[in-house]
Ligand binder design. Structure first.
Ligand code: 13P
Length: 287
């Protein structure tokens, strides 16, 4: 059964490790993430952006696929199905479809409107036992065609949103989605420290997990980050492994064109990336 992310994140915050959110794109992705979590006895969060939800034939299809896999693959570790960067309308659609966790990204609204909409969703999610992630300070980079600038959140605004009763809080600390540019200034630990001081036990979320150096990841966890989102890195490893298979001409040999063979190296590559991240984040054995 899909679970809220609340318990796994509170445990992670108290235990000084982070749970990975791995964004899914299709059946292979979902299966790879779930099997790796089970093998490593790690809690896990499946992230679904609105664009990926649409690609996978809608939220109901995603919920049915995730629930089916939990049963058929005998997954016993805690798994949350989480809307990533949801709009206000998208949040309601996912609540209705059976997601167990919601992110409402109101970071592009004025803080008053972000507070008003988040307050409403806190109530709705609490009634249904779902976890809710809010965001302050937009995360830069490109996601679903939207390009943000990599803001640094105002710690006082973070406190105001945290106090609404959300489960977890994403705050911009100079992180961006996708690959980091060569001249990236790095994460702002001063900001993270100030946010943690004002938000106490609130599990903090680090978006843009792809390409952040290991020492920065560890330091972020030591300063209260309990959830780290990874998307692009799985896409890059899937693409590289698939390219290698095709370039080696394996699709032209025997039954190598069978999707069950053609997609296998990419599937294994996602598993390897997820394993590496779970080990780095410290969630192995924490299910
Ligand atoms: P990356 O694609 O940079 O790993 O970011 C993922 C993310 O933050 C999803 O919300």
């Amino acid at each position: 059964m899909l679970v809220s992310a609340k318990d796994m994140l509170n445990k992670a915050k108290a235990g000084h490790y982070a749970v990975g959110q791995f964004n899914i794109n299709n059946l292979e992705w979902t299966k790879a993430v779930l099997l790796t979590a089970q093998e490593l006895n790690s809690p896990v969060i499946l992230g679904v952006s609105e664009g990926a939800g649409k690609y996978m034939c809608g939220y109901k299809t995603v919920v049915a696929m995730a629930n089916g896999m939990l049963e058929e693959l005998k997954i016993t570790v805690p798994v949350a199905l989480h809307l990533d960067h949801g709009t206000y309308e998208g949040a309601y659609k996912c609540i209705e479809a059976g997601f167990s966790s919601i992110m409402f990204d109101g970071s592009h609204y004025a803080i008053e409107e972000n507070i008003a909409k988040t307050t409403e969703l806190v109530k709705v999610c609490a009634e249904k036992g779902l976890s809710l992630e809010a965001e302050v300070g937009s995360i830069g980079g490109e996601e679903d065609g939207v390009i943000g600038a990599g803001e640094v959140a105002d710690p006082k605004e973070c406190k105001a949103i945290a106090e609404l009763g959300v489960t977890m809080l994403a705050a911009g600390i100079g992180n961006i989605h996708g690959k980091y540019p060569a001249d990236w200034a790095g994460l702002s630990f001063e900001t993270l420290d100030a946010i943690q001081k004002l938000t106490g036990d609130m599990p903090l979320v680090l978006h843009g997990g792809t390409g952040i150096p290991e020492d920065m990841i560890k330091k972020a966890i030591s300063l209260g980050v309990a959830k780290i989102n990874v998307n692009t890195e799985c896409q890059l490893s899937f693409a590289a492994a698939t390219r290698e298979y095709i370039e080696a001409g394996k699709d032209k040999s025997g039954k190598g064109f069978d999707p069950r063979k053609l997609l296998a190296p990419g599937f294994e590559a996602i598993k390897a990336t997820v394993k590496e991240k779970m080990e780095l984040f410290g969630s192995v054995g924490k299910a």
